[in-house]
Design a binder for this molecule. Sequence first.
Ligand code: GTP
Ligand code: SPV
Ligand code: MN
Length: 594
Amino acid sequence: MRASHFPFPSHAMPTQLAALKQWVESVAGLTQPQAIHWCDGSDAENAKLIDLMLATGDLIKLNEKTHPNCYLHRSSPSDVARVEHLTFVCTSKEVDAGPNNHWMSPADAHAKMDALYAGCMRGRTMYVVPYCMGPIDSPLARCGVEITDSPYVVANMRIMTRMGAPALARIEREANFVRGLHSIGDLNPDRRFIMHFPEELAIQSFGSGYGGNALLGKKCHALRIASYQARNEGWLAEHMLIVGIENPKGETHYVAAAFPSACGKTNLAMLIPPEGYRRDGWKVWTVGDDICWMRPGSDGRLYAINPEAGYFGVAPGTSAKTNPNALAMLNKDAIFTNVGVTADNQPWWEGLPEGVPVKDWQGRDYDKANGPAAHPNSRFTVSAVNCPSYTAHAEDAQGVPLSAIVFGGRRESLVPLVFEARDWTHGVLVGAAMASETTAAATGAVGVVRRDSMAMKPFAGYNFGDYFNHWLSFDKPGAKLPKVFHVNWFRKGSDGKFLWPGFGDNLRVLEWMLKRVGGDAGAVETPIGHIPKADDLNTAGLDLPAAVLDQLLAVDRAGWQAEMQAIGEYFAGYGERTPAPLAAEQQRIAASLS
Ligand code: GTP
Ligand code: SPV
Ligand code: MN
């Protein structure tokens, strides 16, 4: 048993908020920690936690010269990704969770979790982590408190959220917060559950220390619980990056984009313009890379905030060629999870052109026969302000106005590089109909195409039928909604290689979109939407054969007929909750393809 480093007598809790004190006391009664520590978010507190984790082996110090204040965490080998089959939405009525979620009754879920939590923190310190999702003074922000027995979770929450004293002050003012209870338990995958109680604004997680399962402010609160709250309150909580594109005239347009896990959000959010664009004065500003909360402003436009304060990004594939901004922000003050290390103790992952791994993510001597040095879902955690393309507009209390919403998936065939929806209803269909190949971000098979509406299949806290209806409801008199687009950076040729260069060159596609918003770019109308003609895209300086560009912009009618039929069947799966306008839109498009 570890000694307690933070004894804290419960009668001396640093809050007067009765609801919070009572909840912390009741959790302590159930879990029986040796000590309770209320996190204030200070540097001194963080330094103590880091020292504690270095002593226990939870963290390993990386090369101080090349990576000052950077640490490596090696998780349990069976705890490396989100676990969708163990993630539940526990509404009183099953139909409210929808076929898109696993459901358990609140009573059954509470009984199961109470049994797991009983005495689970004996000999451990219980940390109470007040946090705010969004700028601390923003009316769009929302607060929560996570109780956890994992110092690794505390250190990550400190980077990913506004954590500590200012958040506690706001919680005391509002007397309203999401209650998140987390214990790593014994990390046994058979005793692992991630439960959501949207009607109680509560989350209970047991048996995993991994990001989306354990950093409860992120997917559990900012998407599952928040999407439920957002529906009741008239806003949207989405799995989207937010990026600002500054043109040579100095005008910045903000774009939000929903791609499924490990499908390019962090990369698009931090894009570096191709050389010709840089010379002309284009700049890209990062507001957020994973989650977007948005609501209509008084002028009818949608305004967006990033509820997070840091990035929990995919390490493999990050290089000076693909994402130089991300690489630059990882030189200091970062936590790496499940990457390999070089002989001089620098972090290493597949896709880095330099460096040789000597230890793999499990700490074994690196041997190709054991697979990659870094786990395919290895991650970095780093503060947003570390990113060279960070913009102070990420702190705007009212959010940034959106000019475009982009949906996208990982589809090696069929889906063109880009198309534009005709109107909002068509845009909602495009988002709802999205499909993508599965990735290593969740346990299970990789590369299987599945429907992933708005990239929210694993994250919507309620029935997708109601969710599509909520999306449609934003189209009302006076609304000045963003234009909606769909992209696919992942088309492959017969040789199995990507057809589109991607990364920085994706700005060429964004430029076309923003010109469409301004009304000065061409397109052809097709049954699936407006698609640029080859000349409508700026391909100057690109080594892209005309035949490949044609292939990227072509609509395969027979393929789309089959796709539209599958989409119709998918919508039918939501029964009477499928909005009629969406079903009608699907039928219109199917008919125009035949
Ligand atoms: P989550 O954090 O899981 O939500 O992922 P994400 O959507 O932020 O994905 P990320 O940007 O981390 O990219 C995931 C993987 O896709 C990385 O290995 C990237 O290198 C790769 N990737 C990103 N953008 C592109 C692109 O434009 N083209 C290609 N071919 N690969 C890309
Ligand atoms: C994702 O899987 O979409 C992520 C990582 O962004 S996690 O925080 O684990 O959800
Ligand atoms: Mn994500």
